[in-house]
Design a protein around this ligand. Structure first.
Ligand code: IP8
Length: 259
């Protein structure tokens, strides 16, 4: 079993509301299909989720009519992105089935309160490819909240113990600083918690409502506990995801809990 998260920055143009990168979605779907192994797919929300979720502060929940309307809008939007991903996976030959977090999971102040993994277990046991995604979900304390794809990665890693977990990003892996703004940034080929002090994290991007890169890397350490290998790879480089899924050595960052 392989567990893959397609990052929202690869699937969409994160700066422009609801703007899919259709060519990348189709190519990545073909690369996933080429892995020829049972897959669980998670994807981020990109510009279908983060822009409006941040504008309306949906991660704080709320009980007003305006907030509910915005939450419903974002939920419909991330479902639309999921439709594009699922369609592309089916066209590539996978029997992809969407499993919306809003239907199977609830949070309690941002932490998982309950999750029904039955659809994942049963569909994958029938050789379907479950596809889930960052979503607006119920939250016992906040009314509703945002569930990131990273949290779903952790829940699925815990339940399925896949041999490999792959985070598909728009850069080669984790760098010592943001490679988009620091020319001297160096790719870390392997990272464990004790390496974090040498990483210069920038603050959470203006649009990302589910937290900072540092928070995401810390979540990956938790995931690494439940899988044989956990990697960050660049989904904008053709065939890198395919090769990483096949277990070939590729440019990327291997994430481990370390000694
Ligand atoms: O892109 C965020 O999920 P992520 C979900 O995996 C929403 O962090 C609705 C913004």
């Amino acid at each position: 079993m392989l567990l893959v998260k397609l990052g929202g920055s690869v699937l969409t143009d994160k700066g422009r509301l609801r703007s899919p990168r259709r060519t990348a979605i189709r190519r990545l779907a073909r690369e996933l299909a080429a892995a020829r192994a049972p897959l669980l797919v998670v994807h981020g929300a990109g510009s279908y989720g983060h822009i409006l979720a941040r504008k309306h502060r949906l991660n704080e929940g709320g009980a007003t009519r305006a907030k509910r309307g915005a939450a419903a809008r974002v939920q419909a939007d991330v479902k639309a992105l999921d439709g594009l991903v699922v369609d592309a996976l089916i066209a590539a030959g996978l029997a992809a089935v969407p499993i919306p977090p809003s239907a199977v999971l609830s949070l309690d102040d941002g932490r998982v309160s309950s999750i029904d993994l039955t659809p994942f277990l049963e569909f994958s046991s029938m050789s379907f490819t479950p596809v889930t995604f960052g979503d607006v979900v119920r939250d016992l304390r906040r009314g509703f909240s945002i569930c990131s794809g990273d949290l779903l990665m952790l829940e699925l890693a815990r339940a399925f113990r896949p041999e490999r977990a792959l985070f598909v990003a728009d850069v080669d892996g984790l760098f010592t600083a943001d490679p988009k703004t620091h020319k001297s940034a160096r790719l870390l080929e392997a990272v464990k918690p004790s390496d974090l002090p040498q990483v210069k994290f920038r603050a959470a991007s203006r649009t990302d409502v589910t937290g900072s890169i540092e928070g995401k890397v810390r979540r990956m350490f938790e995931i690494a506990d439940h899988v044989d290998e956990c990697w960050i790879v660049n989904g904008n480089v053709k065939n890198r995801v395919r090769d990483a899924l096949r277990g070939r050595h590729v440019v990327g960052t291997r994430v481990s809990r370390g000694p």
